[in-house]
Design a protein around this ligand. Structure first.
Ligand SMILES: Nc1ncnc2c1ncn2[C@@H]1O[C@H](COP(=O)(O)OP(=O)(O)OP(=O)(O)O)[C@@H](O)[C@H]1O
Length: 479
């Protein structure tokens, strides 16, 4: 059948067959520019460079291949966005979306995002060449695990990493709103690294498919404002992040009942209580009630992490991996593959300074020593002095009083020396307990010091009172 339209090899827009110039970008049209990807062929070479090895994934309008770059012998991912079966209007819109996405991706360099190396198009597809991620999506992982809830440590790990990535996007100029954060767009490698994929190419062109991206996000993960006409903001991504973290900790798929996020169980744990409060704020229907920024979310996660690890008696903020599962923050961007850095046409360019900024903006968890509660030590030492010193002082009391001729000031000074260690142990004991409360550490020693202090000060006060009342009748003491 004769083809009535042809596609611009530069931008992909559909043009009437007789046109000489693309109406969308002005590129010269040529009827010969129509190489078609033939994936059934045993060797498919794109751009005389990328040899397609096997299909690794599929989206609404795309197929992702594992491919070999014949120039560098590196393995890359080639994402082919197909126009096949789309209406003319959809093809034009898909073209715009593709160009917009490529423009965004070429600017990005983050350890948790695949790098875009090259993009090109042919008559039926647009192609992106990017880092190949050996792993599976979080969605598939959850399916395999039958939605088993994650442990708090794991949820915090993933939360920190996603905060980091989203904060990087939101801090870009102009800010990039991801708008489609969901388990299907998060990839896990076997070594526990996490990548955020899919910047929404052709996202707007899959209406009616519940499992696919809908015009402004995905059911269950998209904030309410993404369904209406309101412009999405960083708070929309915060909503999606809240929905994902809630799903991980509860094992409940939010797409089953969008906008309904039950309170977390196990509310006797303060860390879980705090996480619950944070998640409820993140998924608030009114965007103004959500945390204002990822920095705020990260700060709250850090507090929960500190609380949790101190409760557990673990003083390191690093996740202590349980058997088999841990999620890691990469510490640097992967080095650019040879042969890409100088290439033209929207290639990735790496900036180590930019990488530095990413990690300065949101510091990675670092090992911290256990907080030292020195008040506890002072309290227990003072209480021991309060027990030992007074008997010694009493041994010399008679000679002492004799020496100073039972001067009342001297006697009171002497008496205050007896009381002083117990008073100190009480003061330090209280301070030690307050410190322990603040840092969520044990207050046992402070309580012992405090109790001893109270016991012995009571004994000394009663004894003192008895001795003073008896002495007041004795002319030896007060004349
Ligand atoms: N860089 C990559 N390395 C390895 N596999 C990838 C990569 N990018 C994507 N994939 C795989 O291909 C699948 C489809 O990719 P992607 O989600 O980007 O496509 P999409 O068409 O944008 O999807 P959607 O319909 O959700 O918008 C993913 O689920 C994943 O399994």
């Amino acid at each position: 059948m004769e083809q009535l339209e042809m596609y611009c090899s530069h931008c992909g827009a559909s043009n009437p067959k007789e046109e000489l110039q693309c109406f969308a970008c002005g590129h010269k049209l040529s009827i010969n520019e129509e190489p078609i990807i033939d994936t059934s062929s045993s060797v498919t070479l794109l751009q005389e460079r990328y040899r397609l090895l096997n299909k690794v994934g599929e989206g609404g309008f795309s197929i992702v291949y594992r491919a070999e770059d014949c120039h560098t012998q590196q393995i890359v991912a080639v994402k082919a966005v197909s126009l096949r079966g789309l209406s003319t209007q959809e093809k034009i819109e898909a073209t715009d979306a593709f160009n917009r996405e490529v423009k965004i991706l070429t600017k990005l360099a983050h350890p948790h995002l695949p790098r875009l190396y090259q993009h090109f198009s042919d008559a039926e597809c647009w192609y992106m060449v990017m880092d190949y991620i050996e792993g599976e999506t979080l969605e598939k992982y959850l399916e395999r695990q039958q939605q088993t809830p994650f442990r708090l440590e794991e949820v915090l790990d993933i939360g920190f990493i996603l905060c980091n990535v989203l904060n990087y996007l939101h801090s870009s100029q102009p800010a990039i709103i991801f708008r489609d954060l969901k388990p299907a767009n998060i990839m896990l490698t076997s070594s526990g690294y996490i990548y955020v994929i899919d910047f929404g190419i052709a996202r707007q062109f899959k209406p009616g498919q519940i499992k696919d991206t809908i015009p402004f996000g995905s059911p269950g993960y998209a904030a309410p404002e993404q369904y209406g006409k309101a412009q999405t903001t960083p708070r929309s991504d915060i909503y999606s992040l809240g929905a994902i973290l809630h799903q991980l900790i509860t094992g409940t798929d939010p797409s089953q009942s969008p906008f309904a996020f039950a309170s977390l169980p196990n509310r006797h744990q303060r860390a879980i209580d705090k996480l619950d409060a944070l998640l409820q704020r993140m998924v608030a229907l009114d965007s103004q009630l959500r945390p204002a920024s990822l920095a705020e979310v990260r700060q709250a996660l850090q507090e929960i992490s500190d609380l949790h690890y101190h409760q557990q008696g673990i003083y390191s903020q690093y996740y202590q991996p349980a058997a088999g599962r841990s999620f890691r923050a990469t510490t640097s961007a992967q080095p650019a593959l040879p042969g890409y850095a100088q290439a033209s046409g929207g290639f990735f360019s790496s900036s180590s300074q930019q990488q530095q900024q990413i990690f300065q903006a949101i510091p990675q968890p670092t090992q911290s020593p256990p907080p030292r509660n020195t008040y506890q030590l002072y309290s227990i030492l003072s209480s021991l002095l309060g027990i030992c010193i007074p008997p010694f002082l009493c041994l010399f009391s008679v000679q002492f009083f004799h020496l100073f001729q039972s001067n009342i000031v001297v006697i009171l000074f002497f008496y205050s020396l007896i009381l002083l260690p117990s008073i100190l142990s009480i003061i330090f004991g209280h301070k030690g307990r307050a410190f322990a409360r603040r840092t969520h550490t044990s207050a046992g020693t402070a309580t012992i010091g405090l109790t001893l202090g109270y016991i012995f000060i009571s004994i000394y006060l009663i004894l003192g009172l008895c001795i003073f009342s008896a002495a007041s009748f004795n002319p030896f003491f007060f004349g």
